[in-house]
Write a protein that binds this ligand. Structure first.
Ligand code: SIN
Length: 569
């Protein structure tokens, strides 16, 4: 198991510059910008909201979202049905109160996004166009630009932030670590900024609260649908500050990611589930050469089964046939439909030499989404006073062991609104200067660990896991943690964060000795409600990840729960 202490925090801020803001929002996707916009309204005149983002505003995962945003908006649909589909996909590991908040507040949150300026697709009769994805029993996915939903939402939110001069933005700024007050609460944040004039290099922001909305950890794997910025920075930062990570083992592998060859590496092209929602089917070879569909009989929803079911079925078929991928057959949709409904996917596939109108698309599962993350309550609060988390960086409890398709954009909207509703009443007093020193040792890892780390994680902690593979991964990661960095730059910090979240994920996956949702253990192939209904919570002890299991009743059905009350923990 991991023994070498993981990279620590900067010993002291020693900032080249210091600024102040009431609230710092880390991240500029749907979760971050929604939080910033609503906080600006709720905090009132004179309050300073600062958004820091590692790259451009649109460099995160929101921009890449294809399928859409799920909400019970269609005739005949209801939050109760959306709730049931979410709980079933989550395989007994969701927090039922969080799911209820998501589905009941979701429709209004989407309407608010539309009022803000996001333009969604409409049917010829003028109604919002809704489609279906894996695990949904109703058409409830709203989409924009056919398959460019995230890009449209990102555009609308950036435009809205542009109309709000109260919101200050610092781009190309990696959040390093929290500065904590004597009581362990948030007093500030250190940043490493690249090329922003006066605020270049390492600096500090004094603040009264931090909202983490920094996205996921997909770059711990060699093949992922996540953009390059998804290096687990927010999860690692929160862990170093004393927060708890929950259910990190539940990493979702998207079943249909375009296969570009054995050596392809980094961000890979997603083929949205909505393509199957519109009628595409999985086959184990070209039908004209005897290839067959293989999802029928596996699940009542066949090719539209929940994501984990489809990913496992593809992996099984790949193993049985010895092939490195399966195929998606969407030729019958025709050129006109492809061009109107999936223009982005069509162009991307063609740019890689595959024409989905006339050819099968090679697909294989790849890392897509972290269902776990920084543990929060129903209002985005973490264990660190003054630190909130929302979106993919957080574990609010809505996704359980397997996120239902298109619930992630919705989670960002709903839980960022919730944070903005409680945070103004919970603002911490300004810390007295100087900002406190950090007694823990600083440390980074040697440059160039990233390739080795990704290879280890993909080979041993990917779709299919076993105790032997997880132990080997822990040993290999441990060796990487021992080598000191020569150069302290943004890349080195990212590597340190990747190592932290990869180690934590491996420890969590080792502890959960069962197969549930997206966590697939070859050595424990069954779901074990007697032993593992509940959560894996993980903290850092002396720099080493320490995981513990906390039991919770497993429910795939809606709980008969009281309505969620504002301020409830
Ligand atoms: C997809 O379009 O298949 C991805 C949607 C999601 O991850 O929710």
């Amino acid at each position: 198991m991991t023994r070498t202490p993981l990279p620590g925090r900067l010993r002291a801020p020693e900032p080249g510059w210091t600024i102040a803001a009431d609230v710092v929002v880390v991240g500029s996707g749907i979760a971050g910008l929604t939080a910033a916009l609503r906080l600006k309204d709720r905090l009132g005149a004179g309050a300073r909201v600062l958004v820091v983002t590692k790259d451009r505003l649109a460099a995160g995962s929101t921009q890449w979202a294809q399928g859409g945003i799920a909400a019970a908006l269609g005739p005949g649909d209801s939050p109760a049905e959306h709730e049931l589909d979410t709980l079933v996909a989550g395989a007994g590991a969701c927090d039922p109160a969080a799911v209820r908040a998501l589905v009941t507040e979701g429709p209004d949150a989407v309407r608010e996004l539309i009022a803000l300026g996001a333009t969604f697709d409409h049917d010829p009769d003028g109604e919002l166009s809704l489609t279906r994805e894996g695990g949904h029993h109703r058409d409830r996915i709203a989409h924009a630009g056919g398959d460019a939903t995230g890009a449209e939402i990102q555009r609308a939110l950036i435009a809205a932030v542009g109309r709000a001069p109260e919101i200050e933005i610092v781009k190309r700024a990696l959040a390093l670590d929290l500065l904590l007050d004597a009581d362990g609460g948030v007093a500030g944040l250190t940043l490493h900024v690249l090329g922003e004039g006066q605020r270049d290099g390492v600096g500090a922001v004094r603040c009264r609260a931090v909202v983490l909305a920094s996205g996921g950890l997909g770059q711990v794997f060699s093949q992922t649908t996540n953009p390059a910025v998804s290096t687990g920075d927010g999860m690692a930062l929160a862990l170093r500050a004393g927060a708890t990570l929950r259910d990190l083992e539940f990493v979702q592998f998207h079943p249909t990611v375009m296969w570009l060859g054995p050596d392809s590496h980094g961000q890979q092209p997603l083929i949205s589930e909505a393509v199957r929602g519109e009628g595409a089917v999985l086959v184990d070879g070209p039908p004209e050469d005897g290839g067959r569909r293989f999802m029928q009989g596996v699940h009542e929803l066949a090719d539209l089964a929940p994501r984990d079911v489809v990913a496992k079925a593809i992996m099984r078929r790949m193993i049985e046939t010895g092939r490195p991928h399966m195929w998606l057959d969407a030729r019958h949709l025709g050129a006109a439909f492809w061009e109107r409904r999936f223009p982005t996917i069509l162009a991307t596939a063609r740019s890689h030499g595959v024409d989905p109108v006339t050819q099968l698309i090679p697909v294989a599962p790849a890392c897509h989404y972290a269902s776990g993350g920084v543990r929060t309550d129903l209002w985005g609060r973490t264990d660190v006073p003054g630190l909130y988390a929302t979106g993919e960086v957080a574990c609010s409890g809505v996704h359980g062991a397997n996120r239902l398709a298109s619930n992630s954009l919705l989670e960002g909207l709903v839980f960022s609104r919730r944070i903005a509703d409680v945070l103004p009443d919970e603002l911490r007093p300004w810390a007295s200067e100087p900002l406190p020193d950090d007694p823990r040792p600083a440390g980074l890892v040697a440059g160039g660990v990233r390739d080795a780390l990704q290879a280890t994680m993909s080979a041993r902690v990917g779709v299919l896991r076993s105790r032997a593979g997880l132990d080997a991964a822990a040993t290999e990661l441990d060796a990487l943690a021992g080598a000191p960095a020569e150069v302290v730059d943004v890349h080195a910090w990212e590597d340190a964060n990747l190592l932290t979240v990869a180690s934590a994920l491996t420890v969590a996956a080792t502890l959960r000795e069962e197969t549930r949702g997206s966590h697939w253990r070859e050595d424990f192939p069954e779901r074990d409600d007697a032993g593992f209904a509940g959560h894996v919570d993980l903290v850092l002890r002396d720099g080493v990840p320490a995981a513990a299991f906390s039991a919770a009743p497993a429910s795939d059905r809606p709980a008969v729960a009281e309505p969620v009350v504002a301020g409830e923990r």
